[in-house]
Design a protein around this ligand. Sequence first.
Ligand code: NAD
Length: 387
Amino acid sequence: MRTLRIGMVGAGWMGKVHSMSYRTARSAFGPEPAAPVLASIADVSLELAQKGAGEFGYERAVSDWREIIDDKSIEIVDICTPNDMHFDVAMAAIAAGKHVYCEKPLANSVDHARQMARAAERAGVTTLVGFNYIQNPVHALARQALRRGDIGEVIYARLFFNSDFMADRNLQHTWRNDAARAGSGVIGDIGAHCLSYFFYLVEQEIEEVFCNLETVIADHPAPLVSGGFRLDSVGDASRRVKNTTDDIATVIFKFAGGSGHIEASRVSAGIKFEIGYDIVGTQGSLRYSYDRINDICISRHSGPPESWGMTRIEMGPSDPRYAAFLPVSGLGLGYNDYKAIEAREMIAAVGEGRKAMPDFGFGLRVQEVVEACERSHAKRAWVRVGS
Ligand SMILES: NC(=O)c1ccc[n+]([C@@H]2O[C@H](COP(=O)([O-])OP(=O)(O)OC[C@H]3O[C@@H](n4cnc5c(N)ncnc54)[C@H](O)[C@@H]3O)[C@@H](O)[C@H]2O)c1
């Protein structure tokens, strides 16, 4: 049995989720073509690294991520740091010949994302970006329907990600409120997931965007605890720190066959987690909502018009990734399961010596649209992606 030793960088929320995911993936899918081994975990806070090592089962905890790069036994570097560290860690890992699994957004600029994608391509290493929502097998059904032409040519796409996870003014200031660390605001943070849906499903480029960004919460209490996203981190009420990112993005965009729009908000009070899309074709539509995370709805305009309407399809073991978890349709997978499917994709791709999906090239395409959205907002105008 081949083993792949993992070096985790960042012991916060995603560090925990990725660590659990390797274990779940090993149990759900078995040890072939390779089995992950949790080797080292790094965090700037040695205390958090040590806590993570104890809880998740890493052999070693370190405070400097470079020790992971220097460890020749480690084959996969997993980057779960704030966005500003993705570039440095990924470039060092690639230079050392390691495979890289990196959280989204890929980088804080198109220039960095391009360098990362090119370096990985040149080195021939496997890369994967954490656009976990597209790893839900139900979206493969949607993609198959689109490829078969079940709804005709795509003419319109509506994508949304609304949540209230940052709506509390008393939540402590974090790296997500700091443009220098986060690189972008809501469009790079959660709008990027909407873009991942579009690229995965519609398989076309976004050519032009018009974007408006709003900062609703001007400042947050200074942090009292470091690392690890927590909704109960209320911060120091006596000192507030400026929020240099934004909270709401409204985007309209054009692609070769049509147009679309994206809504992304992390301050929609009372809306806990609303993600989804309508993909509209010339002969029908696909509709997805996180409210029913394992179902896809499809309407096909064929036959007598009075028979047209949405059909709900529940994901089941027809997809081997679902079957790895459950033998029965309708029981359903959740967020941590998609993360385990994502970790499995990384392990299987490295074990089989192939590219993973979505790779750094995919992350670059998302980054190009994120940057175009920010340029559009700054200019108050339509801008072309990539120019
Ligand atoms: N795909 C998703 O659904 C999803 C969800 C949340 C976050 N993310 C992404 O995951 C990444 C991490 O987010 P999070 O919510 O886990 O953040 P977090 O704040 O919970 O954790 C980040 C950790 O990185 C550590 N860290 C900071 N600088 C470091 C450095 N130089 N070396 C080592 N460790 C360092 C921090 O101490 C902290 O423990 C971000 O890129 C974010 O965009 C993705």
